[in-house]
Design a protein around this ligand. Structure first.
Ligand SMILES: Cc1cc2nc3c(=O)[nH]c(=O)nc-3n(C[C@H](O)[C@H](O)[C@H](O)COP(=O)(O)O)c2cc1C
Length: 279
């Protein structure tokens, strides 16, 4: 789906509490040639290459959206702290309600894991963005790391207001007849149902190691999936690939399923369940 004000508003009207934008950089980027997204048996493999109109043009869409009072989390990606700060200031000036620093794209050379796997860079970028802005700053981190808890702690040291976990899992599909990778970029990121246990484990590890809220994302398709993340320590959740499985109804259905589960189990407030899987 193209990401313009109209499409984002449609999603909001389907029951989402807020919208995270696609990651926006300083300059327009075309992204990789097709194929960029493949639906596999248990998940979705993509290597879009961070296509986006650039922060200048994106501002016009965001300003339109702000008229309808939709809470917007502006996702940004940069190559260094200077770029992140410039993007963050612009997102804030366009009316974004919070920022998500994407330091975890598994397939965009120079922008993703090169930054997001370096504890000092994560701390520095987060702290520079925090100094330059007033809105909450979340840092989105990758499951493709051995030191995920250290990265989360670095974001916390940089004064992040929350951690978002996880981005996609580095993956590949080979076409047997062509004997070559299917994605034009060869390597992509895996999302959807298959990665839920990976995301739940990451959120569990992060929750144990930081004292700031964790936002869970990865393979959430049902209310039960969302509750797993919440019990692992997530205070909020994001929905991505479920739109492929359940269309735009996903948001409302997941909310309804959470409510039914809570009612059946005698819970009134979701906060009673955050982190309960930690004994
Ligand atoms: C087609 C596609 C595009 C994505 N683009 C972005 C992006 O621009 N920035 C970002 O931080 N994550 C991006 N993601 C990752 C998702 O936000 C999410 O972290 C991941 O897909 C796991 O959640 P899900 O299983 O609910 O999709 C993208 C995922 C997909 C499938």
């Amino acid at each position: 789906m193209d990401e313009d004000a109209g499409s984002m508003e449609r999603i909001f009207n389907c029951g989402a509490g807020a919208i995270v934008t696609k990651s926006i950089g300083l300059e327009p980027r075309e992204g990789y040639p097709n194929p960029t997204v493949i639906e596999l048996e248990h998940g979705i493999l993509n290597a879009m290459g961070l296509p986006n109109p650039g922060i200048g043009e994106f501002g016009d869409e965001l300003k339109k959206l702000k008229k309808s009072k939709i809470p917007i989390i502006g996702s940004i990606f940069g190559a260094n702290s200077k770029e992140f700060v410039e993007l963050a200031k612009k997102m804030q000036s366009y009316g974004a309600d919070a920022l998500e620093l994407n330091m975890s794209c598994p397939h965009a050379k120079g922008y993703g894991l090169e930054i997001g796997s370096d504890t000092e860079l994560v701390r520095k970028i987060t702290s520079k963005v925090k100094e330059a802005t007033e809105i909450p700053v979340f840092v989105k981190i990758s499951p493709n790391l051995m030191n995920i808890a250290d990265i989360a702690k670095s974001a916390e040291k940089g004064n992040a207001d929350g951690i978002v976990a996880i981005n996609t899992v580095k993956a590949m599909k080979i076409d047997l007849e062509l004997k070559m990778p299917v994605l034009a970029n060869k390597i992509g990121g895996y999302s959807g149902k298959a990665i839920k246990p990976i995301g739940v484990r990451c959120v569990y590890d992060i929750y144990k190691n930081v004292n700031i809220p964790v936002i869970g994302v990865g393979g959430i398709t049902t209310g039960e999936d969302a509750l797993e993340y919440i019990m692992a320590g997530a205070s909020a959740i994001q929905i991505g690939s479920a739109i492929y499985y359940r269309n735009l109804d996903a948001f409302k259905k997941i909310c309804d399923e959470i409510e039914i589960w809570m009612r059946d189990h005698g819970y009134k407030n979701i906060s009673e369940l955050v982190g309960v899987a930690h004994t």
